[in-house]
Design a protein around this ligand. Structure first.
Ligand code: SFD
Ligand code: AMP
Length: 632
């Protein structure tokens, strides 16, 4: 095996990831670090310009509260999120983001992001909280601001194409992170006074619907592989809402988002017989009160009503794009010239929605001769994702802001620094932090800003570099590179490098993980349904998989990254299965259904289900935490 250079980087604040939360963190940290004479280091596995969920761009900013125009209040947003998550949310965290998010959106506009405006110069809303954008270059624009802030001020440095494997610890304090370059033979040890985990969510833990020629295609980015959750779990941080996966309904096979169709174009979705499940299955909502009666109907319940149709054989479900477009254009039908122009504009908007955000969906439309103004498109529930920033909630259990606590919540929800996990010096934002859903791109960037400012405050109060024993660094180096060694030692046992009696390649390992999750932990194949016996079997199979993770083999550094990505996914899977097993009820039908506990149990389970991996003993602890309502 080639020699790996060991690079030690000492810094004050270490930002892990280069996505929306990390870029927000970089901008804010640069400002405060300069005042304090501190250094900031950002590390991304990819290139910040096009990394993470916003790589392809987006067509909307999904969180804008509009506080200045008096359109909504922070309380309105908290109510919306609480209802959408069937009552399970940290209101202090949601409110903290909601009260600051508008300023982030105004920064985006200042940095050059085109936000749609109407004739009066007002933002064009997709829905109550969502703004339409020309967002193909959204990520490039935000990345430029982050780079200017860090590099322009002289306080920062950026490492791209460095994959972070896990945490470095100094006793109970996070001391930084270890990783490796995916392009050069270099191992990195980042030693930092505070670390901000913003490495996104997890995709491909479950078997995707896309297979064969479409393999790899998913709604959320396949390169977000659970690194955030792995990092906090391995540091010993308490995790929350690990059962709250997100299953989005998406245009079938290319995963185009549905928000613009439902909200901007006001489209209906109907089954093969033309029936509208949102109308025909209203009565089912009575079984999920009080959340069954809120407006809008929670995302999981919308999913569930559609799934009931599919399970009864009434599929496919169609997004009625042609009907929606015709309905809008109808107002212009008395003037043929205006009508033609309107139809052209609507057609452009329909295509732009996907060209801005999910190019493959536009390609699929083109490839199948589909004109949205003429013909409906199939939609379907996607496989589950782990994402704290959309309508899921999984992530680390973090401290809230001090000023939003009351006597009841202070001890439970606040421990010194906002967005710090239960591990000293380890902060989280975006998909990495849990129980504060519906932050999306703008809220994640805002949370990154909040967390970075607090991390700098932590550094000022704890201004000494943690100590890490050189022997610990050596042990990390050996562990990280083990798959390369293992491959070298055994590669000659077979002629086909994919098949070997001694090792397993990361691709096969991923398939095995996905099969377990799909079949036993309520994936697509099992109609999102599971029970105690299936979950226990999943844990048994995951334990074998964990044993075999020591036999992962990599033929180069790129494959080494694939090995570690799948180890990260495996840990996310285990936390999920344990927590679905722990919560003895069905609270989010449409996300998952526990057939042995088919009802919601407000009396016993109106609580957060938390878990913690103890790095000392290797045991998992499950616990509940109270849900306090801060806003009426
Ligand atoms: O409509 C490592 N999202 C949408 N948000 C909106 O505001 N509007 C929309 O229109 C949205 N839509 C949408 C969205 C996402 C996607 C994929 C599509 C459509 C197709 C959601 C937001 O994008 C999302 O909420 C935020 O981006 C979350 O921010 P953050 O920072 O938590 O995650 P990230 O941006 O993916 O960044 C992660 C970073 O971590 C890096 N990384 N770096 C080093 N080492 C490792 N081991 C790492 N693992 C990951 C990544 O490279 C990246 O830089 S709609 O469909 O909802
Ligand atoms: P999506 O494209 O599904 O990610 O949705 C984008 C935004 O629109 C998110 O804020 C969703 O919560 C919201 N949304 C999507 N569909 C609906 C719907 N049918 N009713 C209300 N809100 C929706």
């Amino acid at each position: 095996m080639p020699e790996f250079e060991k690079v030690i980087v000492e810094t004050d604040l270490l930002i892990l990831g280069g996505g929306m939360a990390a870029c927000g963190a970089a901008v804010e940290a640069a400002y405060w670090a300069k005042q304090q004479g501190l250094r900031v280091t950002l590390v991304d596995k990819a290139a910040v310009d096009r990394s993470g969920a916003v790589a392809m761009g987006l067509s909307a900013i999904n969180q804008y509260v509009g506080l200045k125009d008096g359109a909504n209040t922070v309380q309105d947003y908290v109510n919306y999120v609480r209802n959408d998550l069937m009552g399970v949310t940290r209101e202090d965290l949601v409110a903290n983001i909601a009260r600051h998010v508008d300023s982030t959106v105004h920064l985006f506009e200042k940095w050059g992001l085109p936000i749609w405006k109407d004739a009066e110069g007002k933002y064009v809303h997709e829905g109550r909280w969502q703004l339409m954008i020309n967002g193909e270059s959204y990520k490039v624009i935000v990345a430029e601001a982050a780079k200017n802030a860090l590099l322009g001020s002289g306080v920062g440095q950026i490492f791209e194409r460095v994959f972070i494997v896990g945490p470095l610890m100094d006793g109970d304090r996070c001391a930084g992170a270890v990783g490796f370059s995916v392009r050069e033979n270099k191992l990195y040890f980042f030693i930092a006074k505070a670390t901000l985990d913003a490495m996104g969510g997890a995709v491909h833990v479950f078997k995707p619907r896309s297979s064969g020629e479409g393999m790899g295609r998913a709604w959320y980015p396949p390169w977000n592989s659970g690194s955030s959750a792995y990092f906090t779990m391995k540091a010993g941080a308490e995790m929350t809402c690990q059962e709250v996966r997100f299953i989005p309904v998406r245009f079938k096979d290319a995963y185009g988002p549905v928000g613009a169709w439902f909200l901007l174009f006001k489209s209906r979705a109907t089954n093969a017989m033309g029936g509208n499940y949102m109308v025909e299955r209203q009565a089912e909502l009575e079984n999920w009160l009080p959340y069954g009666k809120v407006k809008p109907v929670p995302a999981n319940l919308r999913n569930y009503l559609g799934m009931l149709d599919v399970m009864e054989g009434k599929g496919p479900i169609y997004m009625r794009t042609e009907e929606a477009i015709q309905k809008i254009a109808e107002a212009y039908k008395d003037d043929p010239k205006e009508y033609k122009k309107k139809m052209k504009d609507l057609e452009s908007e329909a295509w732009e929605d996907f060209l801005d955000m999910t190019v493959s969906q536009a390609i699929l439309w083109a490839g199948t001769n589909l004109q949205p103004e003429e013909r409906s498109s199939e939609i379907a529930a996607a496989e589950p994702y782990f994402i704290g920033s959309h309508s899921g909630a999984s992530g680390a259990w973090v401290s809230g802001p001090e000023d939003l606590q009351n006597q009841q919540t202070k001890g439970e929800y606040f421990w010194g620094y906002c967005n710090m996990s239960t591990v000293k010096g380890l902060f989280c934002a975006g998909d990495a932090s849990g129980a504060s859903s519906h932050k999306f791109s703008s809220g994640s960037c805002t949370e990154g800003r909040i967390a970075a400012k607090e991390a700098i405050r932590f550094i000022v109060a704890n201004n000494q570099l943690p100590h890490v024993d050189p022997k610990v660094l050596e042990a990390h180096a050996a562990e990280i590179l083990a798959p390369l060694d293992f491959y070298e030692a055994h590669k000659n046992a077979t002629t086909d490098p994919e098949v070997n009696p001694n090792y397993i390649k990361p691709r096969m390992f991923m398939f095995r993980l996905q099969k377990v999750m799909d079949e036993y932990a309520a994936g697509v194949t099992s109609q999102f349904t599971t029970n105690k016996s299936q979950l226990e079997r999943a844990l048994e199979l995951l334990a074998y998989l964990k044993e075999d993770s020591l036999r992962l083999a990599a033929s180069n550094t790129h494959e080494l990254m694939r090995c570690w990505e799948n180890i990260h996914r495996m840990w996310q899977a285990e936390a999920h299965v344990r927590t679905v097993l722990f919560r003895e009820e069905t609270r989010w039908p449409g996300y998952y259904f526990r057939s042995d506990k088919p009802k919601m149990d407000e009396e016993h389970w109106h609580v957060f289900a938390n878990c913690r991996y103890d790095p000392g003993s290797g045991n998992w602890q499950m616990s509940t935490r109270p849900i306090y309502q801060l806003f009426a």
